[in-house]
Each structure stands twice: as C-alpha cells, then as structure tokens.
Design a binder for this molecule. Structure first.
Ligand SMILES: [Zn+2]
Length: 190
C-alpha cells in the first residue's frame, strides 16, 4: 500500500515531501533513495499524524542527507559533461589543426562548451570556442564551423573578404551554412 503525502511547507521547519509505504511491520523507518526522495515505511494502522511527527523529529538529519545526495547527483552530471567535452575535443581538434595549418593562422587555445545559451561571443579573439554538440554533426558541417572560426582570426567580421576566405577553404560553405541554420544555428559563437 502506498500513499503520497505532500507535507505543507512551513517557513521555519520545512519538511520535504515524502511517500509513506505501509506494511506489516512494527516500527516506523525512514529511507532516502538514490534520487534523494524520502520514503517512510510505517506499520499498517498508524495515524498519519504519528508518521508526520516521526519525520519532523528527524527533519534536520533528513535535510542534510537529501542535500548530500543531491550534491552527489550534480557532481555526477559534471563528470558526464566533462566526458562529452573530451570526446568532442578528440573529434574537433584534428580538423582545427588541419585547417589552421592550411590557412596559416594560429590560435592560443580551444575550448569546448556545453553552454545552453544560443549565442554568445568570444571573450578572447585567439581562443576558439566550439559547442560539444558540433562533434555530432557530419564532418562537412564540422569543417565549415572550424573554417568559419579560423577565418575570424583574420577578419573579425562577416565582410566580403571574410566569406571569400571561408569559400577558399570550404568551397561548399553555402550548403553547410544552410544546413547548420536548419539544424543547429545555436552552435554558433559569432
Ligand atoms: Zn562568424
């Protein structure tokens, strides 16, 4: 038997929402699962008030434990994004090196971002920024973005000379540009 009770939020004594699971048992016990959810096991027949008082008495420790678990979960998310960034760098870096050499341009650093924001500008002209999701696109799109960003090291604008340079190293850039606009214009930096 399961019953979900959402406890009222009081200003000074916030008790997290919890699920009560009734069973043939003698005592009340509290468990916090891996998602940081609070589960109370209680004997059949016990009043909700008694369960609530029990939870309330342990509230400080419960909150500490939940906060700890939630922090651990977000640390795991951080690890995942680190892996995605590393994977993306492995895909993108060789293309950057290849074109930088061909175009005779140099940069100081490459950064892979997982930012959700659609557009953002480079804070440093010599640092190339790429969204990790770019690595999931076909190689022709990757190459277009790489050439585009490298061309900005020469022309810090979208002038005719800039597009001429892009076309020189990525002749089918119009097609790639269109595809990118349709599928992932948010990949863009500038
Ligand atoms: Zn641009």
């Amino acid at each position: 038997m399961k019953l979900i009770i959402l406890s009222p939020i009081k200003k000074y004594n916030m008790i997290p929402a919890y699920t009560i699971q009734y069973s043939y048992r003698k005592t009340v016990s509290i468990r916090i699962n891996r998602k940081g959810e609070l589960i109370v096991s209680a004997p059949i027949g016990i009043s909700e008030q008694k369960v609530h008082d029990f939870v309330k008495a342990k509230n400080n420790r419960i909150i500490q434990k939940i906060e700890y678990i939630k922090k651990t979960i977000s640390d795991k998310d951080m690890d995942v994004s680190k892996q995605m960034k590393e994977h993306a760098l492995i895909q993108i870096l060789p293309r950057v090196e290849y074109y930088a050499d061909m175009m005779h341009v140099s940069y100081t650093n490459i950064k892979i971002t997982t930012a959700q924001t659609k557009r953002w500008s480079c804070s440093n002209r010599w640092v190339l920024m790429f969204h990790w999701k770019l690595s999931q696109f076909p190689i022709s799109i990757v190459d277009y973005v790489v050439v585009h960003e490298l061309a900005h090291l020469v022309h810090f604008n979208h002038s005719k000379d800039f597009w001429w340079l892009v076309e020189k190293y990525h002749p089918e850039y119009r097609f790639s540009k269109k595809r990118l606009k349709e599928n992932g214009s948010w990949l863009w930096l500038w």
